[in-house]
Design a protein around this ligand. Structure first.
Ligand SMILES: [Zn+2]
Length: 424
């Protein structure tokens, strides 16, 4: 076998097939930074080659051609570019069309392999960080995200979805987005975001239902839905998915009592009793976090506070713990109903206003709260989403618009079919 020459090696490495071949490889100093070398690969085709119309596949000779450039994966540490003469064909049905090249999609300045690597990085890192690392402007990366997310969304199939959750997130203050997700179908499978839309009311559920059915989802097969305590979602979900059992998320129920603890604390901080106010100063974190997440000195401080008499904050805090105890300790629905009713009764007789109000909210949502003990839709999964979306939001600083934010949620949480690159 004859040794391969340089251009043959590159033709093979790029996976090019007839009529495409590498005709030249050069290392040139970068225009931006002459101390750095870049690899420039020229790809061409043999005269007389036939090409296909990109619309109908009719075979024709090249009508004319023009030079185009793409960035490819680095070769070692050197930036690498492909330059090629891209032919146009004159199709009898579609007039003059630019032919498709095997290494890139139409309209992109990157090769497919490089885009696949970008997508992998973009699922792990903020866009701005990827942009810096790869030395590209972030708007070019956003165009890659937009293209592949849109392409993957068109392939979504909801025909097997039987359990749906919805949650809202704020974006830049007063803009809300609703995120609809499919609970995992079986143990070990992942939850996935199905649909993201602006707003947090009945209309958002209607928009979801429209998309859901358009993507082969069957509303009558949906057995379970979960949401927060807002009436807007609950009624709309019950209407859209009439066969489903609605569960109010554990996360939102416990958070409701966490909020009550916080408002009691803030009220007592403003009280005329200086000692009381002082003992509560800088303790917000102590009441909000689970005890497991506190440092030893924070735990000592909390213990001291809990033994303080006459603090409504302590009363409220203890109710929050009792509620959590029901979630952690009750083995079945009957047991949970009994414990929950007792707790609501006790809370509604409390002398603390904020606790009475919370008791009212819990009572109003009792059926849906207790459905948790039937469906056992764990919020660990939803909380996972919360933290993931929180992370995306922190990355989202500088997202120019809501569409970018949505695209990022789909990219990271959508379990989409995206091109993958195996480069190592
Ligand atoms: Zn054609």
């Amino acid at each position: 076998m004859n040794p391969l020459n340089q251009t043959d090696i590159f033709t093979l490495a790029l996976g090019l097939k007839d009529p495409w071949l590498v005709t030249n490889v050069e290392m040139l100093p970068s225009e931006k930074d002459p101390m750095k070398l870049e690899v420039h690969i020229t790809v061409d085709w043999k005269d007389g080659s036939k090409f296909l119309c990109p619309v109908c596949g009719e075979e024709n000779s090249a009508y004319d051609s023009g030079w185009r450039d793409w960035r490819h994966l680095n070769l070692f540490e050197h930036r690498c570019y492909i330059h090629a003469r891209v032919p146009r064909v004159k199709c009898s049905n579609h007039k003059v069309k630019t032919v498709e090249v095997p290494w890139s999609r139409a309209g992109s300045g990157f090769t497919l392999l490089l885009e696949a690597v970008f997508l992998m990085m973009l699922q792990q890192m903020p866009v701005s960080q990827v942009a810096r690392q790869v030395g590209e402007h972030d708007t070019r990366l956003w165009r890659v995200i937009e293209h592949y997310v849109e392409q993957a969304l068109a392939l979504q199939d909801f025909s097997d979805v039987t359990a749906i959750g919805v949650d809202e997130y704020s974006h830049k203050g007063h803009n809300y987005i609703s995120v609809f997700l499919a609970h995992p179908e079986r143990k070990g499978s992942k939850a996935r975001v199905l649909f993201v839309t602006e707003g947090k009311d009945k209309a958002t559920v209607e928009r979801f239902l429209e998309t859901f059915t358009a993507k082969r989802g069957k509303p009558d097969l949906v057995e379970e839905t979960s949401c927060d305590m807002s009436q807007g979602y609950r009624n709309a979900l019950a209407e859209a998915f009439p066969q489903s059992l609605v569960t109010v998320d554990k996360f939102h129920v416990v958070k409701r009592l966490g909020d009550a603890v916080d408002s009691v604390r803030r009220r007592e901080m403003r009280s005329k009793d200086a000692e009381k106010a002082e003992s509560l100063a800088k303790t917000r974190y102590l009441w909000l976090k689970n005890q497991d997440n506190l440092t030893e000195s924070q735990r000592d401080q909390l213990e001291l506070l809990l033994s303080t008499e006459n603090l409504d904050t302590v009363t409220a805090y203890n109710y929050r713990l009792k509620l959590q105890g029901i979630y952690e300790g009750c083995l079945d629905h009957d047991q949970a109903v009994e414990a929950f009713e007792a707790l609501c009764l006790e809370m509604s007789n409390s002398k603390v206003d904020e606790i009475q109000k919370a008791a009212q909210t819990l009572t109003n949502n009792a059926v849906e709260i207790l459905n948790y003990f039937i469906t056992k839709r764990t919020n660990a999964m939803l909380e996972g989403f919360n933290s993931m979306i929180g992370l995306i939001k922190r990355r989202a600083r500088g997202y120019k618009n809501m569409n970018n934010f949505k695209a990022m949620i789909y990219l990271v949480c959508g379990e989409l079919e995206l091109p993958k690159a195996t480069i190592m």
